[in-house]
Ligand binder design. Structure first.
Ligand code: 26Q
Length: 811
């Protein structure tokens, strides 16, 4: 913890402001005040950062490098203050100067360099590694434009580019002297030198990869790890305007534009693969720069390359950074002149891989033609890996061509990245128990039988520092007052909160805190979305990417049904509810965009119908992102986790909601199952098909959605309402949704689960009416959320996969 008192902080801040802006504090605007605060905090962090790096260089501890296309960090100021242990001092010091800390924190642009779960998981992992004293580095891309900003105009999603760097970024440090060259295209000349083959890459297009480093501050432990994001620039001597004639000049412009496009923008598709050349370029770009810089650093500090795997662990976040495998082989074989087999041992021991999805449409397969043109030497290496691996398969399964071609890394003119990732790593993990079982028994069963020891589960987690301490200070205070503060370092200690749930005062406090957070959320909704909602109603929330398998449609259909019931019977007795949605649709995903429009049309209709008598309200909050999640989650009563069973690998918002005392309505999918096991059936509301039932329907058929349409009057009516003009003048507006559910037989079992979902919601209603019981359930959820801290997850990765030295923290 930083030694600092209010007085010295105030003085330092006033001086910093003057020095930066050349005017006195009282004359400055909030943006300037934010910049001064950010810069001051950055100075504090820098000291810790230098100290940490010195320590690592001295001890030579094993370094973990977490390679990810996405890091969804959100805002950093509040987090840094919290982890430095000076957020309260800072708040009080600023208050003396008539400044509200939160006002300044809210000016920070979210660092939105990720799509959703996978990117946010990477951010939580960085926080946990730093807080657990694990030497862990992030490696990714410094996109100039992050995930697009979403505006809702006329009920529709409109994408606006996210120019997050416009006002500068106090947290990053450009390290021009640590730039690397990445080579694209060209040809490979093969020659023989001293009886060995030598591969020379010629006529390639060089790209300069410039790192920008961001410190990741650990929780009150004097550690700041590094997130290194690479930016693509033209190599300067390739781009000297004055020496070019006109033709060359145009060439040079073309070169510069093509290079800079590499780190220009984050692809906004999640769970959907498209074989775009630029995406492949992005992948090789950061992976090559990252691996080169790791080796350079390792050698500079006297490392013996043959012992690399003892000092370095590289983890790949899904298949997106899989090229780290052939890139490391290239460096070891071509540049370090190691034997293939030695290089292969080092590479597989160094690399580990996490799978985040079983959706077939998300699997990466690159066309050989494109791959070979863009990365000729890497392609040769992948071919060599594949040949040796297929020989191994032949020895094991002689004559079984079917199996061998199914398992091959290259087949049908495509390179299968998941196969390369499994073959080239020593560990493959899923992100929740069910997901790992499905990987082992179904999706990757061939590989599981070949390499049973590689497969393991690491159930996801979330950092309780951001998602409880920072986003819910009121609840944090209640917890500290009742059970002490050991849970901050040992989140599993939250369990003892359960012993206090017989205490009516504690339950009452819980209720008050929730109410307070709901009021805050209600004012955000009014401000951002211009809808007035009642904090006394149940806040029922589904926030996540919009996707058919996540079934926002199921949620929307039950609201349409409830609306019908309220109109049919004005005395229909329910606890008033506010339905809150949020999430972005991939720009090219028609059905997801149509879903947003449906929700908004349903909202407009219901919110303006006086017969509803304010019993229900529907809100689609625009531009869902990390900083908005921090406001929504503490103010939520009911957490909707309703994906089609088997489809959601884990989910992580489910964990954030329970930690903040929401009751989960869930299918038995992903980590929901583990949440249920923790809190028991009494403290969660489960509905819907089981995994076995879903898998059996997929395998054997037997489900006809139209039968449900014909037999259930409620279903018939709401499905008809989609296409009879009730919610939109244009009757064809929601035809795609109608067709998905009826014509194409409802791939995600929305109608199949509908009745069971309605019953689950009736149960919620009943439970909520018994105030004390409800608060107790909320308390049980909080008490059992400690296991879902990413500190637990990271300790499992560190001991089970990376071989980091871990001072075991008892969670
Ligand atoms: C791939 C190729 C080309 C373009 C984009 C992509 C791409 C990008 C992002 C594919 C997938 C993603 C993101 C996937 C993701 O977020 N998966 C989620 O990961 C979470 C963390 O493990 C899980 O909790 C969620 O269940 C899972 O959906």
């Amino acid at each position: 913890m930083l030694e600092m008192d209010k007085k010295s902080f105030k003085k330092a801040y006033v001086n910093k402001f003057l020095e930066m802006h050349g005017v006195e504090l009282k004359e400055g605007n909030n943006q300037q005040k934010y910049e001064a605060l950010g810069s001051l905090v950055r100075d504090y962090v820098t000291r810790i950062w230098l100290k940490t790096n010195k320590k690592y260089n001295k001890t030579g501890e094993k370094q973990v490098y977490y390679f990810s296309m996405e890091f969804l960090l959100g805002r950093l100021l509040g987090d840094a203050l919290l982890n430095l242990g000076i957020r309260d001092i800072c708040r009080e010091a600023l208050l003396d100067l008539n400044i509200k800390l939160e006002d300044l924190e809210n000016l920070e642009q979210d660092q939105g360099l990720g799509n959703g779960g996978l990117g946010r998981l990477a951010a939580c992992f960085l926080d946990s590694m730093a807080s657990l004293d694990i030497p862990g580095n992030g490696c990714g891309i410094r996109y100039k434009y992050g995930f697009f900003e979403q505006k809702i105009i006329d009920g529709k999603q409109v994408e606006v580019s996210d120019a997050w760097l416009k006002e500068g970024n106090v947290w990053e440090k450009r390290k021009a002297e640590k730039a690397e060259i990445v080579r694209f295209g060209g040809e490979i000349n093969v020659s023989e030198v001293d009886g060995n083959l030598k591969f020379t890459h010629v006529n390639f297009e060089p790209v300069l990869a410039v790192p920008y480093d961001t410190p990741i501050v650990g929780y009150e432990n004097e550690i700041a790890n590094t997130l290194r994001l690479w930016s693509a620039e033209a190599v300067s001597n390739e781009f000297d305007f004055s020496s070019f004639n006109r033709g060359d000049f145009l060439q040079a412009i073309k070169y510069k534009n093509s290079v800079e496009s590499i780190s220009q923008v984050l692809y906004p598709e999640d769970s959907f693969y498209e074989g775009k050349m630029l995406r492949l370029k992005q992948q090789y770009f950061f992976v090559s720069a990252g691996v080169q810089s790791i080796i350079r650093h390792f050698k500079k500090h006297g490392g013996n390359i043959e012992l690399l795997d003892e000092k370095v662990a590289i983890h790949i976040n899904d298949t997106h950074p899989t090229l780290a495998i052939p890139e490391l082989m290239r460096i070891l074989v071509d540049e370090e002149n190691l034997e293939w087999n030695t290089a292969w041992r080092i590479t597989t021991n160094t690399i580990s891989y996490t799978n985040h999805t079983i959706l077939a449409e998300a699997l990466e397969k690159w066309s050989v033609d494109m791959f070979q043109k863009l990365l000729p030497r890497i392609y040769m290496i992948v071919q060599e890996i594949n040949e040796r691996y297929c020989k191994e398969l032949w020895n094991k399964y002689p004559g079984n061509w079917d199996k061998i071609s199914r398992m091959s890394i290259i087949s049908d003119g495509k390179i299968k990245m998941a196969h390369l990732a499994v073959v080239g790593s020593h560990s493959v993990n899923g992100v929740a128990k069910l997901h790992t079982e499905i990987l082992k028994k179904k999706e990757m069963s061939d590989f599981y039988y070949l390499y049973p020891n590689k497969f393991n589960n690491k159930t996801n987690g979330i950092t309780h520092r951001r998602w409880l301490l920072k986003s819910n200070p009121e609840l944090t205070k209640l917890l500290k007052d009742t059970i002490g503060d050991s849970f901050i370092r040992h989140p599993i200690d939250l369990k003892s909160f359960e012993n206090h749930l017989y205490n009516e005062v504690v339950l009452e406090q819980l209720g008050k805190i929730k109410k307070f957070n709901k009021e805050r959320l209600a004012s955000t909704i009014l401000k951002n979305d211009n809808i007035r909602v009642d904090p006394n109603s149940i806040f029922d929330v589904q926030v996540k990417r919009i996707h058919a398998y996540k079934r926002q449609i199921l949620n929307c259909l039950r609201i349409m049904d409830l609306y019908n019931k309220l109109i049919d019977n004005p005395n229909y007795d329910i606890v008033p509810r506010t339905f809150i949605f949020g999430g972005k649709a991939a720009p090219g995903y028609y059905l997801a965009k149509n879903t947003i429009e449906l929700i908004n049309c349903v909202a407009r209709k219901i919110n303006n119908d006086s017969r509803v008598n304010d019993k229900i309200k529907v809100v689609f909050m625009q531009n869902y992102r990390v900083s908005l999640a921090e406001q929504i989650i503490p103010g939520t009563d009911v957490s909707e986790q309703i994906s089609t069973t088997t489809k959601e690998a884990s989910g992580t918002s489910n964990m954030k909601f329970m930690m903040n005392g929401a009751i989960t309505v869930a299918t038995l999918d992903g980590a929901n199952i583990e949440i249920k096991d923790e809190v028991t059936d009494d403290n969660i509301v489960i509905f819907g098909l089981t995994a076995d039932e879903v898998l059996s329907y997929y395998q054997n058929g037997g489900y006809k959605s139209v039968d449900i349409y014909n037999s259930d009057q409620r279903v018939k009516r709401i499905i008809d309402d989609l296409v009879n003009g009730k919610y939109h003048n244009d009757k064809n507006k929601f035809k795609s949704i109608y067709e998905n559910l009826i014509t194409y037989n409802d791939e995600f079992f929305v109608l199949k689960d509908f009745d069971s979902y309605l019953k689950a919601q009736d149960k919620v209603d009943t439970l909520y009416r018994d105030g004390n019981k409800w608060q107790k359930m909320c308390g049980v959820n909080i008490a059992h959320s400690g296991i879902f801290s990413s500190d637990r997850t990271i300790q499992e990765y560190a001991t089970g996969i990376w071989g980091s030295q871990v001072i075991y923290k008892n969670l």
